[in-house]
Design a protein around this ligand. Structure first.
Ligand code: ADP
Ligand code: MG
Length: 453
């Protein structure tokens, strides 16, 4: 394994625990410059980054290195050095050298002029019960863009379940059919930033032209438009213009349109015009199929027992499944042997350790408040408005289910309510989960946020 591959494996793991913005800020232009017995030298671009890595991320980097190289690693030195720019695109770091269906000779992933990453195509997207509807709709759109039944197509689901992959696959497929088509892939964050920028620099005309001209507009993570009124208004006009011209729009989000807090009603209703498809968590069989496909892509053979083990312990997120696989591959390449099941268990232990112990009632309440975009005072207050009562019941349910709190303790924690209120909430939400797919999904997502930060 080269130093670069080693660093990629470390970064792949760190990325899971950091926000994308932090990750990019602190790990861009870093590298391992040498490994010598018990020492590893990490080169960083400036003293500022050095200080941050030393103070804030040292423990995680250290653990991850020990995990891959073994306990003989004792010391990490951070050194300011000009790092030669890496050949691969930074955004694709976690799986860059390893997972790569279409790469250049230098092994880099390509982000084409439309913003599409070459690795997100239909051919390597594994279809299971959890995503078959979204997949079918995506394919239909790619074949027949702009037809009203699927315009817009709105795909929603939790983190790391393949929304971006599917979204970009549509772009690639359309382009493969007709290379003259204009496609634009953008995250809603970037759309927002560009909009703000355009206002500042008085280049709205250019902005409008850019966004209102493509045949296919792929807009990722639209939930980030929540509460940004100017952006929403601009997007409303963009949407109308494209839609009227029979141009295809595809959006993704972590939840359905109605559940996005602070999204203008007129946008909600437009988002619901066409087709809405969700991606849920993959079941065991699908996880196995995904693992096998990834092994195949990466050209490695893993024992069936190991594949079964990974599919059993890592359940909720495909990005995490890939991260686990990358760690095992890194181990294999470094030690020149396949790890045993026992070793895999220890390599993956950071992914498996039961997260439940670490959540507190406060964290849970904050997570729910953030998820529904509510103020704590409202949420814990006395008002019985539905928009408050429901999230409040979710809190009580999760405190019981996840934290094993007693009903009186739950009532106390949630604004000093009676234990019977907590009991009622628990029963009500338990029933909802059985009967209402949306509630079930929301709870899954809240749990993901709670435990994965
Ligand atoms: P999201 O946008 O929903 O957070 P991504 O599309 O970024 O998730 O997917 C996370 C990772 O998992 C990507 O590397 C993607 O290629 C992979 N992935 C997700 N779903 C599938 C699938 N069904 N088949 C193959 N790979 C998948
Ligand atoms: Mg995504």
């Amino acid at each position: 394994m080269t130093n670069q591959q080693l660093w990629q494996a470390v970064l792949g793991e760190l990325e899971l625990s950091l926000s994308k913005a932090n990750f990019t800020t602190w790990f861009k232009n870093t590298a391992i410059s040498f490994v010598d017995g018990e020492k590893v030298m990490v080169s960083v671009p400036n003293t500022f980054t050095k200080a941050w890595l030393e103070n804030k991320y040292h423990q995680s980097i250290f653990k991850s290195l020990q995990n891959i190289l073994g306990p003989q690693i004792k010391e990490i030195i951070y050194k300011v050095e000009l790092v030669k720019s890496q050949p691969q695109k930074f955004e694709a770091v976690p799986s860059a050298p390893l997972l790569n269906p279409k790469k250049t000779e230098a092994g880099e992933e390509i982000i084409n002029k439309f913003g599409l990453n070459s690795k997100y195509v239909f051919t390597n997207f594994v279809v299971g019960k959890n995503n078959e509807l979204a997949h079918a709709a995506a394919q239909a759109v790619a074949k027949n863009p702009g037809k009203s039944t699927y315009n817009p197509l709105f795909i929603y689901g939790g983190v790391g379940l393949g929304k971006t992959h599917l979204l970009q696959a549509i772009g690639h497929a359309l382009l493969a059919d007709d290379s003259t088509k204009k496609i634009l892939y953008i995250t809603s964050e970037k759309f927002t930033n560009n909009y703000v920028q355009a206002i500042r620099s008085r280049t709205m005309e250019k902005f409008k032209q850019l966004y209102r001209s493509p045949d296919l507009l792929l807009i990722d993570d639209v939930q980030f438009m929540a509460a940004k009124d100017g952006t929403q208004q601009e997007f409303f006009h963009t949407f109308n213009e494209l839609h009227q011209a029979d141009k295809q729009i595809v959006m993704t989000s972590d939840r359905p349109p109605k559940a996005i807090p602070a999204l203008e009603q007129r946008l909600v209703s437009r988002f619901e015009w066409g087709m809405i498809a969700d991606i849920s968590q993959p079941d065991y069989e699908t996880r196995i199929a995904i693992l096998k496909a990834k092994c195949h892509e990466k050209g490695i053979a893993l024992d069936q027992t190991i594949i079964n083990f990974i599919a059993t312990v890592i359940q909720n997120n495909i990005r995490e499944i890939e991260g686990a696989l990358n760690k095992i591959i890194a181990y294999e390449q470094f030690h020149h042997m396949s790890p045993t099941l026992e070793l895999v268990k220890s390599i993956l232990s950071p992914h498996i350790t039961s997260p439940k112990k670490s959540a507190t009632p406060k964290q849970l309440i904050n997570t729910v408040a953030e998820f529904y975009d509510l103020k704590l005072e409202e949420l814990l207050g006395q008002s019985r408005e539905k928009r408050l009562a429901f999230p409040r019941q979710i809190i009580m349910y999760l405190m019981r289910e996840e934290l094993r709190s007693s009903y009186p303790a739950i009532g106390q924690e949630v604004g000093g309510r009676d234990h019977s209120t907590a009991m009622h909430a628990y029963e009500k939400i338990s029933g909802e989960i059985e009967n209402n797919e949306r509630t079930k999904q929301e709870i899954e997502q809240i749990k993901q946020r709670l435990y994965n930060g």
